[in-house]
Every structure is written in C-alpha cells, then in structure tokens.
Ligand binder design. Structure first.
Ligand code: ASP
Ligand code: MG
Length: 411
C-alpha cells in the first residue's frame, strides 16, 4: 500500500523533552500512542538536555578555533545520542522502530558549516521504513553536504529539520513538542499576566522568534510559511489534547488583536563607529565587511551629519559575534579615519509584534509613550509592518516588557 502524506505526522522533541531516561521513556510512549491511533510517525529529536552546549565547551577547552568541519561532526553526535536512545525506548515498548542520522536519510545541505541550508531531502529511505511498519526517528539539526561532510543547521536547527521533513513528506501536521504548552504573549516569568496564544500567523511567529521569543528557530518559520506546513506547538509533559498553539495563515479564525506578543532579546550588543565621513559607499563598506564574515546585523541607525559633516553609524549584533565584529570595525576605523569605535554590551531589545498593526495607526507612538512614562530611554528604534523594536538600557529590559504587556495585551 502506498503511503499518503496525510497519514504521516512529523513530531519534533526538543532537548528538554529527552533530557534523561524518564523523559525519553515518556516521549517513547507518546510516540507509540500516536502510532496506535493509526498515524505513521516520523519523530525528529534534539540532543538531550544541554548536550550541545557541553560539546561546544569541550571543543573550546581544546582550541579557541575548532575547525568547523570537525565541530559539526562533534555537535551532530548530540542528536545521534537522542535518536538512538529514543529508538531503544520505543523498541523496549515492543514496536518496530529505526533511527536515522541526517546523512542516512539524505538531508542534503550546502557546505556552510554550523549554518548549513537544506537543499534537498531524499524521502525514499523514510518512506520505505514507514511502509515496513517502523516508527522512524530522525536526528535533528544535521545534514550532509554534496562532498559528504556532516553539516549542522544552526542552533535550534532541529525545528528546521522537522518542518522541512513535514514539507517534503506532505505530512498533515508538524507537531513541535517542548517544555512549555505553547507560545505566550510574553515570558510569564517577566510579565505575570502573560497567557498562551491559541492561534498565531506564520508572520507573527517569525517576528516573535527573531525578536527573541525563543520558542522556535526563526528560519524554520520561513520554511513553514513557504510550504504552508501546519504547525502546532505543544508540551511533551502535558496531556496530548490540552493547550498548544497553532501556527497558521492569516484567516478569519484568528482573534483580532493589535499586538499579539511582547518579547525581550537580551543577546544584543550595540556597536557604533563614530566620526566617519559622510559620503556614498561608507555604509556599504561597513556592512559589506560584516556580511562577508556572515555577521548578522540587527538594528541599524545612522545619525545625520548636520553641521559636522561626520556621521555615526550604530548597529547591534549578538554577543557571540562581538569579537569578530570588533576586529572588523577596528580595521575600518583606521582605514576610514573614523574617530572611534564604541561598544555597549549592556543593552536589551524589546519588541511588540502583531499583524493588527497593519491596520492601526499610532501603535509606535503608544509604545514610545509607555516607555517614556516609565522613564526608559530609547537608544535605537526599528520597525517593520508588524513589529516595532526598541533597544533600551539592559537594566530596564524587563520593566519595559512588563509595561508594554500591561498596555497592549492585558484586558
Ligand atoms: N541541539 C541543537 C541546539 O542545541 C539543535 C536543537 O536543539 O534544535 O541548538
Ligand atoms: Mg533547542
């Protein structure tokens, strides 16, 4: 019998869901229940607990610059631990099961180690294993390049593995299991009245994820949207039928709100290059040099050269890229005859996100007013059609989230 995509469910279990033997057994019995209900299950699994961080630390205790090819091999072993342990637990429950690495599946990527992009997925191996009556466990976060090197897909990349597999298999749904029961309007440990969002659009989820919500990897949302993969985010510890957040296209089913959620991104560093000449090509040169090193730049502002003829350009990067970005700016400072480079590591970014902003004027003004009332100085601003972000001094980040949540999401 030929399998139809609609019979297949792709489930993804994150590191906290498989962090020890008890949790792995719990996941195994959940997978079995799904299989017994008639679904063909493909389960993508992350590295147990903080395995990936520990492997990174181990590598950096040996060298400050591990060869990227070897680092990817090392990191990929975390997910292999998860997949084989989970397969054992399912086997123990008496079901047929097979685990596959990214390379064994045929998840073909480009050769950009530590941030590889998926180019093609071969579904034959998975489909034949399913047809033979197996539950299929796939190691997340990894693939293989055309020249047979193991690659990884960037931190949090198991989400991407799951979404991409759901897309190529034509799976009815992709279920993301984590340790929270869905996406919240804000971090409940910061804004006490934060509540679970029942339905959210791909666009909002993408903006929330890239603004620091930390529930799903943002790249995986782009792929989900592009291929209309129906996503549901749920807790692996709670009752299967309860809670969850569904991510979907913008439809009438969606509750109409202006702001869907508020996020805080603490992993921001503000860098400024001051006193640079005001002439065409300067910005292209600075950001071109950063892009050549794959340094993602977030917010950007340029001051006007009014009276002085000299500019300041500021932008933010993540802490992990600070060292390299600093070296590049120091080089440019000399080359361009800039006055100085300034780094402020103590800044946070607060964002409000909602597709309702498209049809509401004055949301930005309201946001600035709320921050002003709380005496929080805004250092940088950026906006998109459905998101407004402000960089504020680090010590005010949480206060800003609380106040914005109160204003936009409560009652
Ligand atoms: N284990 C990888 C990480 O920690 C991938 C993942 O969990 O999705 O980033
Ligand atoms: Mg993760």
């Amino acid at each position: 019998m030929k399998l139809s995509g609609k019979d297949i469910v792709v489930q993804k279990y994150g590191g906290t869901s498989v962090r020890d033997a008890d949790r792995i057994k719990n996941v195994a019995s959940r997978i079995l229940r799904a299989a017994e209900s008639g679904k063909r299950v493909v389960a993508v699994v992350s590295a147990p607990g903080d395995t990936t961080d520990r492997l990174m630390e181990m590598a950096s205790s040996i060298t400050s610059e591990p060869p990227e090819r070897e680092l990817d091999v090392l990191l990929s072993t975390g997910e292999m631990q998860g997949m084989s342990l989970l397969a054992m637990a399912i086997h123990e429950l008496g079901s047929r099961v097979v685990s596959l690495t990214g390379a064994q599946v045929g998840i073909l990527t480009d050769s950009e180690h530590s941030r590889a992009r998926i180019k093609k997925i071969d579904t034959r191996k998975i489909l034949s294993a399913l047809e033979e009556g197996n539950i299929v466990i796939v190691a997340g976060f990894q693939g293989v390049s055309a020249d047979d090197n193991i690659t990884t897909l960037g931190r949090g990349g198991s989400d991407l593995s799951a979404v991409a597999l759901a897309a190529v298999l034509g799976a009815g749904v992709c279920e993301i299991y984590t340790d929270v029961d869905g996406v919240y309007t804000a971090d409940p440990s910061v804004a006490e009245k934060a509540f679970r969002i029942e339905r959210i659009t791909y666009d909002e989820m993408l903006e929330l994820a890239s603004a620091g919500a930390g529930v799903m990897q943002s790249r995986s949302m782009e792929v989900a949207k592009k291929h209309s993969v129906r996503l549901s985010i749920r807790s692996s510890l709670a009752d299967e039928r309860k809670g969850g957040t569904i991510i979907m296209e913008d439809t009438k089913d969606l509750e109409q709100v202006v702001v869907r959620g508020v996020t805080l991104d603490e992993d921001q560093v503000k860098m400024s290059i001051e006193g640079i000449p005001d002439r065409p090509g300067i910005a292209a040169e600075i950001f071109g040099a950063l892009a050549a090193e794959s340094i993602n730049v977030d917010m950007i502002i340029q001051s006007s050269a009014y009276k002085t003829g000299l500019n300041t350009i500021s932008f933010t990067v993540s802490h992990g890229r600070l060292k390299r970005a600093r070296e590049i700016l120091d080089g440019l400072e000399r080359e361009m005859g800039a006055e100085r480079v300034v780094v402020d590591e103590d800044v946070h970014k607060v964002s409000i996100v909602g597709i309702g902003m498209r049809s509401h004027a004055g949301v930005a003004a309201k946001m600035f007013e709320v921050l002003a009332k709380n005496s929080i100085n805004i250092e940088m601003i950026s906006t998109s059609e459905i998101k407004i972000s402000c960089v504020v001094p680090g010590k005010y980040g949480k206060d800003a989230v609380k106040a914005l949540h109160r204003e936009f999401c409560e009652e």
